[in-house]
Design a protein around this ligand. Structure first.
Ligand SMILES: NC(=O)C1=CN([C@@H]2O[C@H](COP(=O)(O)OP(=O)(O)OC[C@H]3O[C@@H](n4cnc5c(N)ncnc54)[C@H](O)[C@@H]3O)[C@@H](O)[C@H]2O)C=CC1
Ligand SMILES: CC(=O)C(=O)O
Ligand SMILES: [Mg+2]
Length: 549
């Protein structure tokens, strides 16, 4: 904490740089670096992104660390310095692979090809890029965002062409305050930052996770009208625990195991100090941090900085709006919401974020006192990889503890610690089955058949895990097994289902993309110093009261 609170001092390298910058401008800004052949020095009048955007001078990841420092490029490239031979090898691997998505990616076989074309347009002409996106948002959101962005992140080391955003690595400790001045924009309104540790449901993708920050910011521009010159995607590369990436010679990130503990915190603290020093009014969205850090970092920064965690808080807002909408679709009054029995599969940042917020909404409807809060808590059954979470569990995760069921109570329900999802659904007969487990197909035939006995006339299935192949079930499975009256939502988009009797089974998308652009815009416009739970709650409730499904 002492690091976090310490007074901000200009690092010696920043002072060096500022002095260097002013003396350099007197010398008409000329600097030199070695050419791609490595023999002759090349004189350049440009610096920072202008060099990377100039095909004559750009060497991309082949700029050495000294050159990066000298040319104000530090932080504008992935941390690994590559030889020209490796750069060419990486390019050739990608060229020969052509489209990889037909086998395991989005159902659109051209999704990756479309992403490449859009990405090139993004590099060439931002105005046109965002016009294309805004005018065709339904068609291209699945390309720049989930599901295609998942495939893009998985293949980012191959797809990488022109850097976008900033990279801070564990090797930059002590330098970040200086590095933020390499970003050319005087004002930044929105930062989306990730450490790549849990990208969608695809696990640890290390430095390649920058793709998710870029995709989310595209939606900030397209959906909330944020100025594209004032957005900044950020990757904090603290290593990766993905063994495949650790061995891949073409990987662009640090090839060492993830930092942990105080060392990890020191890196994130330094990043937060640096960006809020240069842009005191910026909003920082934390994205796809593994649950272990998602909650801790949220607690650490939420009352000091203008920040929120999208997976914990944005997802919760969308789930509240969706489930209040489901009550309305069941033909019941809103006040019935606290009676809904909710089974949640997944107790990570998303699952626990959602149950916490749903519980608060229910408690507010029941009178907002302690007994309302207790009573709301009994509406949830949370199942993780080890089964139903109860107070009998050893080493229970502190974030999940408030939702651990009492042993005596579940005994009466015919359940026990670690009961399987199918057993829980059979015994509880829930109104809502919510999936945030990242396990594709978890809502098996058996689980869905058990849901047929739900006490609700219209049970809701929210298969919210991303990307498409991680969805807990498909809409076809939901409608065909549970029945035509199911209320279905998924994290990634699915097509509506023809139920064959003149009826359509509607697939709604339950994704935090419907909330985070509004959270950012609302915070900017209101000038709010922090982002409170109350603001998010109000956003979710406004959503359901003002949007008709
Ligand atoms: N639709 C949306 O807006 C959002 C969707 N998500 C999705 O939610 C998923 C989970 O994200 P996090 O919570 O951050 O991940 P996480 O990895 O922290 O949590 C996953 C949880 O699922 C549990 N789990 C694993 N196998 C299970 C099984 N067989 N049965 C029941 N539970 C099981 C794990 O024990 C863990 O509690 C990801 O796929 C992510 O894409 C996350 C945020 C927003
Ligand atoms: C949507 C989102 O934030 C996720 O799947 O992590
Ligand atoms: Mg996320």
């Amino acid at each position: 904490m002492s690091n976090f609170c310490r007074q901000i001092k200009l690092s010696s390298s920043l002072i060096r740089r500022l002095k260097h910058r002013s003396s350099n401008s007197m010398l008409s800004g000329r600097r030199s670096f070695t050419t791609t052949e490595g023999h002759r020095p090349s004189l350049v009048h440009k610096r920072s992104l202008d060099i990377l955007h100039d095909p004559w001078f750009n060497k991309g990841t082949a700029f050495s660390m000294t050159e990066r420092d000298r040319l104000d490029l530090r932080g504008l490239l992935p941390p690994t310095v590559m030889s020209h031979e490796m750069q060419i090898e990486r390019f050739m691997v990608d060229l020969k692979r052509l489209e990889v998505n037909a086998r395991d990616g989005p159902s659109d076989p051209y999704a990756l090809a479309k992403w490449r074309i859009l990405n090139r347009l993004h590099d060439r002409n931002e105005t046109m890029y965002y016009k294309v996106l805004i005018n065709n948002i339904e068609e291209y959101a699945p390309i720049v965002y989930t599901p295609t962005v998942g495939l893009v992140c998985q293949n980012y080391s191959g797809l990488f062409r022109r850097p976008r955003g900033m990279y801070f690595s564990a090797a930059d400790r002590g330098e970040m305050m200086s590095m933020v001045y390499n970003w050319p924009a005087e004002q930044v309104d929105m930062i989306v930052v990730t450490d790549g540790s849990r990208i969608l449901g695809l696990g640890d993708l290390g430095v390649q996770g920058i793709g998710i920050a870029i995709g989310k910011l595209d939606l900030y521009v397209a959906a909330a009208g944020i100025n594209p010159q004032r957005v900044l995607p950020v990757m904090i590369d603290v290593g990766t625990n993905n063994e495949k990436l650790l061995k891949d010679p073409l990987y662009l990130g640090l090839q060492e195991h993830r930092l942990d503990g105080d060392e990890y915190l020191a890196v994130i603290d330094e990043f937060m100090e640096a960006v809020f020093t240069r842009w005191p009014h910026v909003i920082v969205q934390f994205e796809d941090f593994q649950s272990k850090w998602a909650f801790k970092l949220l607690q650490r920064y939420r009352s000091t900085y203008r920040m929120f965690n999208d997976d914990v808080q944005g997802t919760a807002g969308v789930a509240i709006a969706g489930l209040l909408g489901a009550v309305r679709a069941q033909g019941k009054p809103m006040i019935d919401f606290p009676k809904q029995k909710i089974v949640v599969a997944g107790a990570g940042s998303a699952g626990i974020g959602v149950v916490n917020a749903l519980r608060k909404t229910m408690a507010r409807m029941l009178g907002n006192n302690e007994s309302a809060f207790d009573s709301a808590g009994s509406q949830f059954w949370v199942v993780d990889a080890e089964g139903l979470i109860t107070e009998a569990r050893d080493n229970i995760d502190p974030d999940a503890r408030p939702f651990a069921r009492k042993v005596k109570e579940i005994d009466r329900q015919g359940l026990r610690e670690g009961a399987s999802l199918v057993e829980v659904v059979k015994q509880v007969k829930p109104d809502v089955l919510l999936g945030l487990s990242a396990v594709g197909g978890l809502f098996s035939k058996e689980v869905l058949e058990a849901l047929k006995d739900s006490t609700s006339t219209r049970p809701a299935i929210f298969a919210m895990s991303n990307p498409t192949k991680n969805a807990e079930c498909t809409p076809e499975e939901a409608f065909s097994i549970v029945g035509d009256n199911v209320i279905f939502a998924s994290g990634s988009p699915f097509k509506d289902v023809d139920l064959g009797n003149g009826h359509i089974g509607h697939c709604n998308q339950g994704n935090n993309m419907y909330l985070f652009p509004g959270i950012g815009l609302g915070t900017l416009l209101s000038g709010s110093r922090i982002i409170s739970d109350g603001m998010l709650q109000a956003a979710a409730e406004w959503f359901v009261l003002n949007i008709s499904f």
